[in-house]
Structures are given as C-alpha cells and as structure tokens.
Design a protein around this ligand. Structure first.
Ligand SMILES: C[S@@+](CC[C@H](N)C(=O)[O-])C[C@H]1O[C@@H](n2cnc3c(N)ncnc32)[C@H](O)[C@@H]1O
Length: 227
C-alpha cells in the first residue's frame, strides 16, 4: 500500500505525540484565524475608532425590538439607530411609520446585510443605512434615537446626545441603561429591557444637578462648560 494513503496519514496523526512546539503552532494558527475573522468580517471599518469605543455586533432579540417599538409608540417623524447592525430596528421603525428611518453602522458587511434585509422586506429605498462613525454624526435634528451599545461607551454617548439633540427628542437604550440619566419609561425584563429618556426632562435634571453647567463633548474629553 502507498505510504501516503489517507487512512495511514490519519492514524499517524492520531497517534503521534504533538509535543510543545506542535501545541504552540496550533495555538498560534487558531489565534491568527480568530483575529482574521474578527478584523476582516466582524470589525472592519473600526481601525480609526479607539479600542475603548469599539462595540461588538450583537443583534437585538425579537423581544428587545418589540420593547423599543413599545417605547416609541405614539411618536412620529425620523428615527435614527446608532450602531444599526443588520438594520432590524431601523426596518421595524419604518414599518411602524417612522420616516426617515436611518441606521449608522461602521461595519460595511453589516451595512450590506441591512440593505439586503430591507430589499427582501420590500423597503428598498425607503430606509437608509449609512456606513458612518456614530461619534461623527450630527444629531441636532433627530427626534427619535435608539442605541444598543456597550456600557463602556454610554457615559460618553450620553454627553454627545445631551449636547446635540433637540429638547423634544426621545432616546431609547436597549440592554444597558445610560449611567447618569433617569428614564421616563421602561419596558421588558432582564436582558430584553429597554429604557426611554426624554431629552427635555434629562436636561432639567442635569442643569439642576450642576447649577448652570452644560456638558459638551470634545473628542473623548469629558468637559463641562459654563453657560
Ligand atoms: C450591539 S450591536 C447592535 C446592533 C443593532 N442596533 C441591533 O440592535 O440589532 C452594536 C453595533 O454598533 C456598531 N458600532 C459600534 N461602534 C460604532 C461606531 N463608532 N459607529 C457606527 N457603528 C458602530 C457595531 O458594529 C454593531 O453592529
């Protein structure tokens, strides 16, 4: 029989002792594959975003989307999802009458996937998915904002929202609440919970707490400016 017959090669591999160098090679190869997957598929577009502001893609569950929609019920106009992933919240918002419904997402694969989902749902051209860094988006005209992000970025994000959003804006956070804000309503339980914040009420709380100090965002510096 041929020396290189597959059966013999597999038997040889199964019985051969790997040794330290073999283990190192397998570990390095696995690490490289995981890194390539992370950098190439899951997190492309994030090279200019500081590590502490990077948030991985974890799509909202059906219950989370439902809770968000319950909290924005009765409101109209635009809706923006910051870090829109595969676009499910934006699509659902459009189907609940919000227009324009816009998602900002850095990962180009997710932007494409979101557009595909919109096309499949017959909403091509009706919703908008933009490959942009949410930290650079001007939110001064947004009335309804949804965010499903990580606790590590919410403190900085609440400052950006407080500086930019109009008074009549409503912000809905999923999975994690904003650390310093008081919600006007909440919906759902556990990981499916979502919190709604009225910007006007939030500004009143903050200005009472800080005297007449108004928060401003300057890159990643957290600063307060005297009015
Ligand atoms: C936890 S997922 C939520 C996805 C979607 N909103 C949902 O609820 O299904 C967070 C998303 O934010 C995106 N993201 C993180 N940082 C971002 C940034 N600076 N600009 C735009 N998108 C960002 C990630 O790529 C990821 O898809």
């Amino acid at each position: 029989m041929d020396d290189d017959a597959p059966d013999e090669v597999f038997t040889d591999l199964r019985t051969r002792h790997l040794g330290g160098w073999g283990v190192v090679q397998i570990a390095a190869g696995t690490g490289l594959a995981v890194y390539a997957m992370w950098a190439g598929v899951l997190q492309p577009g994030f090279r200019r975003v500081p590590l502490k502001l990077q948030v991985p893609y974890i799509p909202a569950s059906k219950a989370q989307v439902k809770n968000v929609m319950t909290l924005v019920r009765g409101r109209t106009g635009d809706l923006v999802d910051l870090g829109s992933g595969d676009g499910r919240i934006v699509l659902e918002a459009y189907q609940h009458g919000f227009s324009p419904a816009v998602g900002y997402e850095l990962n180009p694969w997710l932007v494409r996937l979101a557009r595909f989902h919109a096309w499949r749902a017959g909403c091509h051209g009706k919703v908008s998915y933009r490959q942009e860094d949410l930290w650079k988006v001007d939110l001064s005209k947004c009335k309804n904002v949804t965010v499903f992000l990580a606790p590590s970025v919410l403190s900085l994000l609440q400052k950006k929202l407080q500086v930019e959003l109009p008074d009549d804006a409503l912000v809905v956070a999923g999975r994690f609440p904003f650390p310093d804000w008081s919600p006007c309503r909440l919906e759902g339980q556990g990981v499916d919970r979502a919190w709604a914040y009225s910007m006007q009420a939030q500004r009143q709380h903050t200005s009472q707490k800080n005297g007449n100090l108004r928060p401003t965002v300057n890159d990643s510096d957290d600063k307060l400016v005297q009015e």
